[in-house]
Design a protein around this ligand. Structure first.
Ligand code: G6Q
Length: 554
């Protein structure tokens, strides 16, 4: 039983925040004092989080914490960690945090110690990965595996891809991964091109093992393999050696022809977008090895412990989630940028889009009542400095408020030195200079008088003035290690939780994904030319089908 949600707009804190938002906005040129910065710099686990450049004062901060109190946020957090069924529309516990509890911990849900189950699957996944990495596991013709292809979509793809890219320096030489997700046959066509079937291993990753895209792509991969293996290869043995699966539906895995001994399970209490740290991360385990994967899990756990135990004023996910609520509900922000100054995190914004938008893009509370306020911002971003030469213009001088998180690391993944006029320049320092320059420019801007003082002609002064007072969070860590990656992912998971809890929504269902899936199934015969099904469609859909029929080129 989940407690009913509180309509946040009925709280005293919400009214107070509305009044405060109507007053004057704090000016970062005066709030950024050394003591303010010290008070607003928090260091959970290995992260260094600077929350000083935000449009808040002590009163706003107090009211945001009061809001968390009034909506029962900490109670909901505790209920999640305890395994209560807080995903009410699917009647499920929400226990991704159990995936990273250390061996030896216990957490009993419905009479089962889930930690023991988690570690049993990890043990099997690690043993499997070691066999592939060492060459003991071979393809059906006896050759060692060189390429692992993960076939999955959504939560069964975005996390593994993102982490595979982020942890590139930790990968084993001679073993690489590819990821097939899209139903567009181009994806499978491109990703399979150039692969040697004898050295390719497929991991079919699907929580439900019922997803159209994944099952279609898995069948394409099976046919590709069987067509190309040397003549005489036994198909059943080939599938057994070249296909493994990750799923909660082990019966369907067997129906597909994959040996249940080569299947790795997880549980309905792991949401797809929260599953990179479950067996869904198997491709990553193979690529970076069990030790690095375990380090990543320890990083997740460190952030979980911070969120679970840190007092509210020092609790980073809580404070960052509440700041997002402040901007989204009181200062009119519609989007939120995440800007990693790390090329290896180039898929992190895409990963966060699913995490945040699938979780908090909801219009009803968990008791079914419509919300009367905005939820879920649009998350987006690209690595700096590329973004600086593309869309930062709007963040600096546009009319919209875009709160942004900047992420950077003290140590370079690839330290390179440039030589300029005989002088060595550490290129990572150039990157960091840009990271610092952007948050400084966004916070402090450049006044008209400062522009004039540079000798700019009067008619150009306004175009070259920067209003400043644009809020940012700076997140730094010593290096992008597996542990730090785990901390970053868990940080955003908990920020997402905080926002959902304030809004009273179920951040763990995704019914919005379902209608399109259902309609796509219904439309397939129409696309293939069935006149009766076509006649039942709306005029726009009929017209688009007619266009396809005319241009299909067969
Ligand atoms: C994530 C969503 C969704 C899901 C995909 C793939 O939270 O539930 O993105 O991960 O639809 O689902 P399967 O893993 O079941 O194939």
């Amino acid at each position: 039983m989940s407690t009913p949600p509180v309509d946040p707009t009925t709280t005293r804190a919400w009214s107070r925040l509305t009044e405060l938002a109507d007053g004057s906005t704090p000016d970062l040129r005066s709030t950024l004092t050394p003591s303010w910065v010290a008070e607003h710099t928090l260091t959970p686990a290995d992260l260094h989080v600077d929350l000083s450049k935000h449009l808040v004062d002590a009163e706003v901060e107090a009211a945001l914490l009061a809001l968390a109190d009034e909506v029962g946020l900490m109670e909901r957090r505790n209920a999640m960690f305890a395994g209560e069924r807080i995903n009410v529309t699917e009647d499920r516990a929400v226990l991704h945090t159990a995936l990273r509890l250390p061996a030896g911990a216990t957490l009993t849900v419905d009479g089962v110690d889930v930690v023991a189950d988690v570690h049993e699957v990890l043990r099997r996944a690690y043993a499997f990965a070691e066999r592939v990495r060492s060459g003991e596991w071979t393809g059906v013709t006896g050759k060692r595996i060189e390429t692992v292809v993960n076939v999955g979509i959504g939560g069964s793809d975005l996390g593994p891809v993102m982490a595979y890219e982020a942890l590139e320096p930790y990968r084993q030489d001679g073993l690489s991964c590819r990821f097939i997700s899209n139903i567009d046959p181009t994806d499978a066509g491109q990703k399979l091109a150039g692969l040697d079937p004898e050295t390719t291993l497929f991991i079919v990753s699907s929580k439900t093992f019922g997803t159209l895209e994944t099952l279609t792509n898995a069948r394409l991969c099976k046919a590709w393999l069987l067509d190309r293996l040397p003549a005489g290869s036994d198909p059943a043995a080939a599938v057994a050696q070249h296909f493994v699966a990750v799923s909660t539906a082990l019966d369907k895995v067997a129906d597909f022809g994959i040996d249940p001994d080569n299947a790795f399970g997880f549980w309905d209490w792991v949401g797809g977008r929260y599953s990179v740290d479950s067996a869904i991360g198997l491709s990553l385990v193979v690529a970076v090895g069990p030790e690095s994967f375990a380090d990543m899990l320890a990083g997740f756990h460190a952030m979980d412990e911070h969120f679970r135990t840190a007092p509210p004023e020092a609790n980073v996910p809580l404070r960052m989630g509440l700041l997002n609520v402040w901007y989204a509900n009181f200062l009119g922000a519609h989007t939120h940028a995440v800007l990693p100054y790390a090329q290896l995190l180039h898929r992190f914004p895409a990963y966060l889009q699913q995490l945040t938008m699938e979780s908090n893009g909801k219009g009803v509370r968990w008791d079914g009542a419509a919300v009367g306020y905005d939820t879920g911002e649009v998350f987006w971003g690209e690595p700096g400095t590329n973004g600086q030469h593309a869309f930062y213009q709007l963040i600096h001088q546009g009319t919209r408020l875009v709160p942004a998180d900047f992420i950077a690391f003290a140590r370079a993944a690839y330290p390179l030195v440039d030589s300029v006029d005989g002088e060595d320049v550490d290129v990572h320092e150039l990157l960091l200079a840009n990271f610092l320059a952007q948050t400084k420019a966004l916070a402090l801007g450049r006044t008209a008088d400062e522009v004039r003082a540079e000798g700019v002609p009067e008619e150009l002064v306004s175009a070259r003035t920067f209003p400043g007072n644009r809020p940012t969070t700076s997140i730094m860590a010593p290096a992008l290690t597996p542990a730090v990656l785990g901390q970053l992912i868990a940080l955003y998971e908990h920020i997402t939780f905080v926002q959902g809890a304030v809004w009273g929504i179920d951040s763990f269902d995704q019914w919005g994904v379902e209608l399109g899936k259902q309609l796509a199934q219904e439309l397939r015969p129409a696309v293939a030319g069935d006149p009766e099904v076509t006649a039942r469609q709306d005029p726009s859909t009929q017209s688009l089908i007619a266009y396809y029929q005319e241009h299909r080129g067969r």
